[in-house]
Design a protein around this ligand. Structure first.
Ligand code: DGY
Length: 318
């Protein structure tokens, strides 16, 4: 019997190809790991029974319509805002994501970005590399403290909880705001959004992106924050209005930002590049080799489950 056809949009690890190839006829991007375009996806997906995609592939209604045989999509990410879930539902196309396996690595990175931002690590490293360092001084790259301050978390899901847990080592007060009042975990205290904004010394954004969280943080919200505050976004660019954030940083309405995600990534507002009080990273919060390996293998296991008539391991409820 002919094997079902699997389209893999980007290069994945060899262990996944090894697990999948006995069960699927694979078309992949192993040799040439370039970002997909809509036209490329539409052209490539026509014969696919299965799709293994990434957070960077936009799987919209047109792409799904171009895949008349498509039975299931496995995305190698926890977030699935890049996929038209309603179009999948209308066609009975299954969808899986990769929750849990990236929680701790992403929380580690949230802290790394927060510390780099609060303590001006990128800016001071540029200064050293540029040969500008002429000697020690009291007032050199003075940052703000983390220990003993208030950490605000917007979105208290798995990753928010893992970030809160790490705060106890810094003796921080943790407050959070969430759509639903999450279980009081790690001593974190639920507050309303206005309190979160006005009381946080450091605000960490981890809320999933959806139409309901689009531009959840705008100019009016940023205006409520402390002028000494740090904002870190490891969720999705669209949660924060990038234009408003840029203006708030330029006006020093808040002190600094650490951004791993952007509204139109990989394009970013060029204004961010001109500012020293911003630390910029290319959507790498989950990027340790071990965790990226687990994400890829979980996506593969979901594909294998479906093709073998088993329930998906980590289905997205659609
Ligand atoms: C996710 O999984 O949604 C991240 O943004 C990519 O690692």
């Amino acid at each position: 019997m002919a094997k079902p056809h699997l389209l893999i949009t980007r290069r994945v690890y060899p262990e996944a190809i090894e697990a999948l190839s006995p069960h699927f006829e694979i078309t992949d991007n192993q040799a040439n790991d370039t970002p997909t375009t809509k036209e490329g996806l539409v052209a490539a997906i026509g014969q696919a029974d299965y799709l293994f995609c990434t957070v960077a592939d936009k799987i919209d209604a047109d792409v799904i319509a171009a895949a008349p045989r498509l039975k299931m999509i496995a995305t190698g990410a926890v977030g699935f805002n890049n996929i038209d879930v309603q179009a999948c539902k209308a066609r009975g196309i299954g969808l899986s994501n990769t929750p849990d396996v990236l929680t701790e690595t992403t929380a580690d990175f949230g802290w790394a970005l927060l510390m780099a931002t609060a303590r001006r690590i990128s800016e001071s490293e540029r200064y050293v590399r540029d040969g500008q360092w002429k000697g020690w001084a009291f007032d050199q790259f003075t940052g703000v403290d983390l220990h003993g301050t208030t950490l605000g978390i917007l979105g208290m899901g798995r990753i928010g909880g893992a970030i809160a847990r790490r705060a106890s080592g810094f003796n921080m007060k943790v407050i959070y705001h969430n759509r639903s009042k999450a279980q009081q975990e790690y001593g974190a205290q639920y507050v309303d959004k206005a309190q979160l904004l006005s009381q946080s010394d450091h605000l960490m954004i981890v809320v999933p992106y959806s139409p309901a969280t689009h531009h959840l943080v705008t100019a009016a919200d940023l205006a409520q924050m402390k002028p000494t505050a740090t904002l870190v976004n490891i969720a999705r660019g669209g949660v924060v209005n990038d234009v408003d954030l840029l203006q708030a940083l330029e006006k020093k309405q808040i002190r600094a930002a650490g951004l791993d995600v952007f509204e139109n990534e990989p394009a970013l507002n060029p204004g961010f590049l001109k500012l020293d009080n911003v630390v910029l990273t290319p959507h790498i919060a989950s990027s340790s080799r071990a965790t990226r390996g687990r994400m890829v293998m979980l996506a593969a296991e979901n594909l294998l489950a479906h093709v073998q008539g088993q329930p998906l391991k980590t289905p997205v409820a659609i």
